[in-house]
Ligand binder design. Structure first.
Ligand SMILES: *Cc1c(COP(=O)(O)O)cnc(C)c1O
Length: 366
């Protein structure tokens, strides 16, 4: 039996009828940008995230950049970003002209290490960007204390964590804003690119909305030198349909993760740790092993697909040479890039396929 890393078909099949219907509806209205589907989705997603406002935009990277710009983050400022994340977290800071300052992560939770944040704070630091990586919330109590003490903004990259909770509170509602991606493979995915930010600040919401619409407050009147990044009607309509089942989709992933963590039992493999108060949504189920190359060869033979998140940490990416970091600067992020392996995880993965993943991992020897 082969097990793909991700298969979007089961979810598409589940939603085929309502999705086709909503696409027909959008076509029949002939309004494709800035219509009522986007407004509806923004209201619904804000509520889902326990936030007052939501602003739809073109993708997750833009959601983060628009949020940072709305806070006034600019050239000369520094923003703290975890060294173990997808490149977009850092690129959003760079897009605003601000400097990325990296902090190492914890080996077992993969998220930013709160104990290492203070050493990275300078007079120029304006914000801490937390990334709820793999769908697992960062340690928000400690991070909030540090941010309050140093009067820094917290901003949240929630692109992998739609609906994840820390001490019962939904991610995206801890900081000044939370940026989300609706890339098709995310827990809530569109049929193309899409993104949004959620916030409790009316100023951030208004400014982000204007910045993503050519800096315009009303038609042909431009108060900012903005950009064009909007959530179109077709994607918003699709997201409205899928949002209704996001809770069920997340619950499905939790059951799969629980099955994996309960039954994977091989001393060569470390399963993901879930710390106290954390309710993850398992965008990615990440294991670690010191024998990754050997395990990959074995999984290939068994037909079990996998992925790496991420093979090169931010500080070793060619595009960030200018930051001046070198190998050895963030040992945990580096170790994760060498030992982490993402296992099949998606809505609709069958019991048999889950068992195949478990059996493959448990029978791996060196
Ligand atoms: C996917 C992702 C993004 C970017 O989202 P896009 O919609 O692809 O621009 C940002 N941060 C993280 C952690 C992501 O996984």
């Amino acid at each position: 039996m082969s097990v793909p890393f991700v298969d979007l078909k089961p979810l598409e099949n589940k939603f085929h009828e309502p999705l086709s219907q909503t696409i027909e509806d959008v076509l029949s209205r002939s309004i494709y940008i800035k219509g009522s589907y986007c407004a509806d989705f923004e209201a619904n997603f804000a509520e889902f995230c326990q936030s007052k406002y939501c602003v739809g935009c073109g993708n997750g990277l833009d959601a983060l950049a628009l949020g940072l710009l709305s806070l006034g983050i600019k050239e000369g400022d520094e923003v703290i970003v975890p060294a173990n994340t997808f490149i977009a977290s850092a690129l959003a800071v760079t897009k605003c002209g601000a400097q990325v300052v990296l902090v190492d992560c914890k080996k077992d939770t993969f998220n930013i290490d709160p104990a290492k944040i203070e050493a990275a704070i300078s007079k120029k630091t304006k914000a801490i960007m937390v990334v709820h990586l793999y769908g697992q919330p960062a340690e928000m109590s400690q991070i909030s204390d540090i941010a309050a003490m140093h009067k820094l903004f917290i901003v949240e990259d929630c692109a992998q964590a739609h609906g994840a909770k820390f001490n019962g509170q939904t991610v995206g509602s801890f900081g000044e804003f939370g940026g989300f991606s609706f890339y098709p493979g995310k827990n809530l995915g569109a049929l193309g690119d899409g993104g949004a930010l959620v916030t409790n600040s009316s100023e951030v919401a208004e400014k982000a909305k204007a910045l993503g619409n050519y800096g315009s407050d009303y038609k042909y009147h431009h108060i900012y030198q903005g950009m064009n990044s909007r959530l179109d009607e077709l994607q918003a309509a699709v997201l409205n349909v899928k949002l209704k089942s996001l809770h069920d989709v997340n619950e499905y992933r939790k059951i799969v993760a629980n099955n994996y963590s309960t039954h994977i039992n091989n001393e060569l493999i470390v399963t993901p740790k879930v710390t106290k108060g954390v309710d993850p949504v398992w965008h990615i189920y990440a294991i670690r092993t010191a024998y990754r190359d050997e395990l990959i060869d074995y999984l290939k033979k068994r037909g079990v697909d996998y992925n790496l998140h991420y093979p090169i940490p931010i500080h070793l990416q060619p595009c960030y040479k200018n930051l001046g970091y070198k190998k050895g600067d963030f040992p945990n992020a580096e170790r994760i890039s060498e030992t982490q392996l993402s296992m099949p995880m998606y809505y609709g993965i069958s019991i048999e396929q889950q068992q195949e993943v478990i059996d493959a991992l448990n029978s791996f020897k060196i």
